[in-house]
Design a protein around this ligand. Structure first.
Ligand SMILES: [Mn+2]
Length: 168
């Protein structure tokens, strides 16, 4: 299963589309996550995700800048081949100052992966066996900047997580 996570697109729909097209190369996307701030930008890529895989699952959470998007959840929980994951923007968990609350949110739900955003800084770190993954902000397409995060989960529930840079 291939999970692709974006965050903090802040209205940069063209950039989100380019990142999605890059992510669609190779294996189809089974699950696509947006960690908030520009959550509704997902409208711009949902058709191409569904065209590539009609069964794609989307998890979109509300960020502090998603004004009025009260129909979106603050936290999503989902399972992939027996591996539980959460997605949240993170502003309510104070991720700019510490990861303790985020880690607690994951561990209290027995999640092994926590996707988040808000800091605009890409992060991939395993703490106490929990992957904390922030794709960073979709702002500039520069070689080396991170476009999205990718997590592959095999049938046995083994995880491989990567931050994916823009290709030159
Ligand atoms: Mn933001």
């Amino acid at each position: 299963m291939k999970i692709v996570a974006f965050s903090d697109s802040h209205g940069n729909r063209d950039l989100l589309r380019e990142a999605a097209e890059m992510a669609l190369r190779g294996a189809p996307i089974d699950i696509c996550v947006h960690c908030g701030d520009g959550a509704r930008d997902m409208d711009a890529i949902e058709p191409i995700l569904r065209a590539a895989n009609p069964n794609v699952r989307l998890y979109v959470v509300r960020g502090n800048c998603d004004i009025g998007a009260f129909f979106l959840p603050v936290l999503e929980i989902f399972d992939v081949n027996g591996v539980r994951m959460i997605a949240t923007h993170g502003h309510a968990l104070e991720v700019k100052t510490h990861y303790g609350a985020l880690l607690n949110a994951a561990e209290s739900r027995e999640a092994k992966v926590a996707f988040f955003g808000h800091t605009h800084r890409p992060l991939l770190e395993a703490i106490h066996g929990v992957y904390l993954i922030n794709p960073g902000a979709l702002r500039q397409r520069l070689p080396g900047n991170i476009a999205y995060a990718q997590v592959m989960v095999d049938a046995q529930g083994n995880i491989r997580a990567d931050l994916m840079p823009w290709l030159a």
